[in-house]
Design a protein around this ligand. Structure first.
Ligand SMILES: Cc1cc2nc3c(=O)[nH]c(=O)nc-3n(C[C@H](O)[C@H](O)[C@H](O)COP(=O)(O)O)c2cc1C
Length: 292
């Protein structure tokens, strides 16, 4: 798989380098103009998911640094309704990897076994429940949809801070939404208390320089950016233009032909293709969420 120097985390300091990075993100001739820059923004724009790792352990203090970054994220009402389970034992990682299997694609998240660290990000209302009920209160707010969303959002914000910190240290990461495929089994494997569930995983490790991950292009900003009011008219044209970048990226990294639209269709239709995640509602309710 061919790589480019930005795949290896080089600094981005000249205008030419910034332009080149933006073209990797948006496509040739499609880079937005007039962006403001600093090292942090350059780091964010260099992001790519890494699925090939060296087995080397992480330097001492890495986990604690990532957790400090995660805890520095905003957290709804300062309630800290998330947790993270750090898994390094190869046998446990292998069992967890098996729970993330995607039968519909005959694929496993092998990166979980390759990398030295798997972080499991937990939407966690268990402490709030204990504190509320121990003081004689009902804790009934914890059964609401909004509170479920608060915990899942807090976990995501914390994880993304950890991701940015890891990337700034030259490490690679990839999220594992497939951690929800067999949510009940995973909760048992890591001994989660009631009123908590793994929202997603995050693999962390040293990227294998022999198998570099590429920066994946994004659609033009008009797909996601609306000014003052939601505009339903712009996105179809953006999608047409994005198909070209999508195709070029897949050609470059040796993936077979498919359109972006076909990915959307596949992920939007056919509940049996959810690889177990269609049972998540049942699992989270059994774990005490959404009782109202
Ligand atoms: C919540 C979430 C769950 C994801 N789950 C998986 C996963 O289970 N396996 C995987 O290989 N990639 C997973 N990804 C990575 C996405 O496929 C990736 O971010 C996307 O294709 C864009 O590529 P990039 O991150 O390299 O820019 C996940 C990403 C997010 C945000």
């Amino acid at each position: 798989m061919p790589g480019n120097r930005y795949d290896r985390g080089v600094s981005v300091s000249t205008d030419d380098e910034r332009h080149e990075l933006l073209e990797l993100r948006y496509g040739k001739g499609k880079a937005p103009e007039d962006l403001r820059w600093n090292d942090q923004i350059a780091g964010l724009l260099r992001h790519r998911s890494v699925r090939t790792y060296l087995p080397d352990p992480l330097p001492d203090g890495t986990l604690e640094t990532l957790v400090a970054a995660a805890q520095s994220a905003s957290t709804s009402s300062n309630l800290h309704q998330w947790s993270v389970v750090a898994v390094t034992e190869p046998e446990l990682k292998a069992k967890i990897a098996a729970t993330t299997r995607m039968d519909s694609m005959d694929l496993e998240n092998t990166q979980i076994n390759e990398a030295p660290l798997l972080l499991l990000w937990v939407a966690d209302l268990s402490r709030s429940h204990a504190i509320a009920t121990e003081s004689g209160d009902s804790g009934d707010v914890l059964e609401q949809l909004d509170t479920f969303l608060v915990a899942a959002t807090d976990a995501a914000l914390a994880a993304q801070n950890a991701t940015v910190a890891a990337e700034s240290l030259g490490l690679g990461t990839v999220y594992i939404g497939a951690a929800r495929n067999r949510a009940r089994e995973l909760a048992e494997l890591i001994g989660l208390p009631p009123l908590s569930f793994v929202s997603f995983g995050l693999v962390v490790g040293h990227p294998d320089p022999e198998r570099p991950a590429r920066i994946r292009p994004r659609p033009a900003q008009e797909l996601v950016l609306h000014r003052e009011r939601y505009d339903t008219s712009a996105w179809r044209e953006v999608v047409e233009e994005y198909e070209e970048e999508f195709r070029t990226f897949r050609d470059d990294v040796g993936l077979g032909f498919k359109t972006w639209r076909s990915s959307v269709v596949r992920m939007s239709s056919g509940v049996d293709l959810m690889d177990g995640r269609q049972n998540l509602d049942e699992t989270v309710r059994a774990r005490g969420f959404l009782a109202r």
